[in-house]
Design a protein around this ligand. Structure first.
Ligand SMILES: Nc1ncnc2c1ncn2[C@@H]1O[C@H](COP(=O)(O)OP(=O)(O)OP(=O)(O)O)[C@@H](O)[C@H]1O
Ligand SMILES: [Mg+2]
Length: 265
């Protein structure tokens, strides 16, 4: 097993297995995200979707298997032994199934903290506040503000995160992830709790991120209309096993998928 990334993939995994005590949460998962694609990962509750994100982002170390990240053509990084902050730095960002914001900080401060993963100055610079550090902080504040502006949150920049409406908090989570300047963005159930209008906006937002930020997106989602509308390719997990993958139209009709997940009718 070489763990080499296939041509045109930003991420590929081979044989990913995650065992918790007696429970095999992921079993031999071979997975791929095409560069510049929106790829979805679906499956029933407890199928192992979030566990897969936790393996990719260094929160869990898989019991077996390889995960290869290719931030750009011709460059390959083995993720398996890397720490979460290193993986963020290399270009994989994520959002969480349950919103994780700093509630008592402002919207802008939430984004600034995320930016820090890219800062060069370090602790000494921050303490000494030399010219270079001050300039870097200013550039970061401008970058953060531009991001907020692009995603419709500039008017709330100085509001406390906890005072944002729920849909805007979800959007802020995505902006925070973008602030780390990723090449691959992992979204864990971004539509959870959104109404129909907000879900439609999210659909546009995900496409915008792919096209305008030139990113690849991996999406975990239970909202099937969003998944089927936005994805280039869909992978289906059931009890830790990948049971299908293909374009949305194929997945929708796959009898295994219908049985495991979509409900027979
Ligand atoms: N740290 C852990 N220790 C033990 N078991 C765990 C751990 N993390 C996850 N699991 C188990 O692994 C399985 C997969 O969980 P996971 O959270 O990945 O599912 P999921 O597909 O994200 O589900 P949902 O759609 O409900 O979010 C579950 O049985 C869960 O209880
Ligand atoms: Mg989950």
């Amino acid at each position: 097993m070489t763990g080499a990334v296939k041509r045109g993939a930003v991420l590929s995994t081979s044989g990913i297995t995650m065992i918790f005590g007696g429970l095999t949460a992921l079993s031999d998962v071979d997975f791929e995200v095409g560069r510049g694609s929106i790829t979805a990962l679906i499956g029933p509750n407890g199928a192992g979707k979030t566990t897969f994100f936790n393996c990719l982002t260094g929160i869990y170390r898989p019991s077996r298997g390889t995960m290869t990240f290719s931030p750009e053509e011709g460059r390959e990084i083995q993720l398996r032994k890397l720490a979460p902050d290193r993986i963020t730095y290399l270009g994989i960002a994520r959002t969480f199934q349950n919103i994780r914001l700093f509630n008592n900080l402002t919207v802008l401060e939430n984004v600034l903290i995320a930016c820090h993963s890219r800062m060069r100055a370090g602790i000494l610079g921050a303490l000494l506040r030399d010219g270079k550090t001050v300039a870097e902080e200013k550039a970061m504040a401008e970058f953060s503000y531009r991001l907020l502006d692009r995603y419709g949150l500039a008017a709330s920049a100085n509001h406390l995160a906890k005072n944002l409406p729920y849909g805007a908090q979800r959007r802020l989570e995505i902006v925070r992830a973008l602030a780390t300047r990723p090449r691959l963005l992992l979204l864990d159930e971004p539509a959870a709790g959104l109404n129909i209008a907000e879900t439609r906006e999210l659909d546009e937002l995900i496409r915008y991120i792919r096209d305008e930020e030139d990113l690849s997106v991996l999406l975990i989602e239970h909202d099937m209309s969003l998944v089927m509308s936005v994805s280039d390719r869909v992978f289906v997990l059931d009890y830790g096993v990948l049971i299908a993958s293909g374009p949305p139209d194929e997945i929708r009709r796959d009898p295994k998928v219908v049985k495991a997940y979509l409900g027979e009718d």
